[in-house]
Design a protein around this ligand. Structure first.
Ligand code: UDP
Ligand code: MN
Length: 268
């Protein structure tokens, strides 16, 4: 299955922590696919080194430096910087099919079966279910699609200021064309859905396969006490169990790699 990969994106050191946990969670659940992390120039060398221990490929995406169409698009729409960076995933044409996952997602079970789906498959957004949530989606790398997406982005912009608006406008028949492109909600479960429909969460939540920490506060914004295995302070809206699971992967699978990395670094 060398032709298929999970792909994520981190433009800074905080999202890089998310990418580390996501990558480790995929490995811990024994994915047979490749792992690719797209990173921005602001990700520090030590974070890159840790990512390289988890991911098969760590690719620097510097939209400002690229000199290609993305650079042009960026000059026209500087507000869409991260979005242009995310769209770069379509240029990974050495893979025939990929699953993009936000750096603030984590798998709690093997999800390799997603590769049986076609572009563009995604789960409904809890805020507007006729739109898909762009935190987890199946896509097919292609320069042609990449160019079309950039053009659409430049010309129409994004109705929500981010990649989700652009992608929903582009794959606009997602809601109606083909039900097989609707991923079950358990592939992109967010805390918003948990508190807006708690009985459904109680009924189906145990089947969750991907947890998405969407919203302003991310797991890495909390302070974790490794001895008592608890998170300090209010966990507003976030399901505390998932938050603890994220921190558990971070402390048991990521911190050891970071320690290795820091001890390999000479002090100046
Ligand atoms: N992202 C990033 N740097 C940023 C913002 C976003 O690398 O400063 C990437 C990261 O992969 C993140 C995704 O873009 O998971 C989407 O952003 P976010 O998850 O914050 O949005 P939400 O899911 O909360 O709407
Ligand atoms: Mn997200």
């Amino acid at each position: 299955m060398a032709g298929q990969a999970f792909v994520t994106l981190a433009t800074n050191n905080n999202y890089a922590k998310g990418a580390m946990v996501l990558g480790k969670s995929l490995r811990n659940h024994k994915t047979s696919r490749k792992l690719v992390a797209l990173i921005g120039p602001r990700v520090a060398e030590t974070s890159r080194a840790v990512l390289r221990k988890i991911y098969d490929e760590v690719q620097l995406v510097d939209v400002l430096d690229s000199g290609d169409m993305a650079h042009l698009a960026m000059m026209k729409r500087p507000d869409l910087g991260v979005t242009f960076t995310k769209l770069h995933c379509w240029t990974l044409t050495h893979y025939s099919k990929c699953v993009f996952m936000d750096a603030d997602t984590m798998v709690v079970s093997n999800i390799d079966e997603l590769f049986a789906r076609e572009e563009l498959s995604a789960a409904p957004d809890p805020g507007w279910p006729d739109c898909f949530n762009s935190g987890v989606f199946v896509f097919q790398p292609s320069y042609e699609t990449y160019r079309k997406l950039l053009t659409a982005c430049m010309e129409q912009g994004s109705f929500d200021g981010g990649d989700q608006g652009v992608l929903n406008s582009f794959f606009s028949d997602w809601a109606t064309a083909d039900i097989s492109r609707h991923l079950p909600f358990i592939y992109n479960l967010s805390s918003i859905a948990i508190y807006t429909y708690l009985p459904a969460f109680k009924q189906y939540g145990h089947n969750a396969k991907v947890v998405h920490f969407l919203g302003k506060l991310k797991p890495w914004d909390y302070v974790y006490d490794a001895t008592s295995k608890s998170v300090k302070g209010q966990t507003s809206g976030m399901q505390p169990n998932y938050l603890l699971q994220w921190w558990d992967v971070f402390s048991s699978s990521v911190v050891p790699l970071m320690k290795e990395e820091y001890s390999e670094q000479p002090f100046y």
